[in-house]
Write a protein of this length. Structure first.
Length: 125
């Protein structure tokens, strides 16, 4: 093999290792998190339909909470949070026209969810 073929083979092997190892595990964790979130969203919509509730603000807050939890779980799973001195940041993109104030007002709840997830971090290892 010439040098280019050797480099291509090495790159291919590295990619296969990533996909079969950490990439596969991360995808499985995200799949589980999205499954849980979709179940929570489905249950919230079912409750709203059964009770005739039209409180979309509460439903939107619930969905945002689920999405924040998914983001936190993904970050924790990828960063091995729980090791002393490690910080975590994540960003949330909101659709145009979405009020940011409720999300900012929920910062404490999001921080609590991250702290709780970090406390239970052993399940991500």
């Amino acid at each position: 093999m010439d040098e280019i073929e050797t480099d291509l083979q090495a790159a291919s092997d590295s990619l296969a290792h990533l996909v079969e190892g950490p990439g596969f595990e991360a995808a499985a964790l995200l799949e589980q998190a999205f499954d849980r979130a979709s179940l929570n969203i489905e249950q919230a919509l079912s409750r709203a339909a059964r009770s005739g509730e039209a409180d979309f603000r509460r439903m939107a807050e619930s969905i945002l909470g689920d999405l924040a939890r998914i983001a936190a779980e993904a970050v924790i799973a990828q960063s091995s949070l729980g090791q002393a001195g490690q910080t975590v940041n994540f960003n949330m993109a909101l659709p145009g026209g979405t009020a940011q104030r409720p999300v900012i007002g929920a910062a404490g709840a999001i921080a609590n969810a991250v702290a709780l997830a970090a406390a239970k971090g052993a399940r991500f290892g």
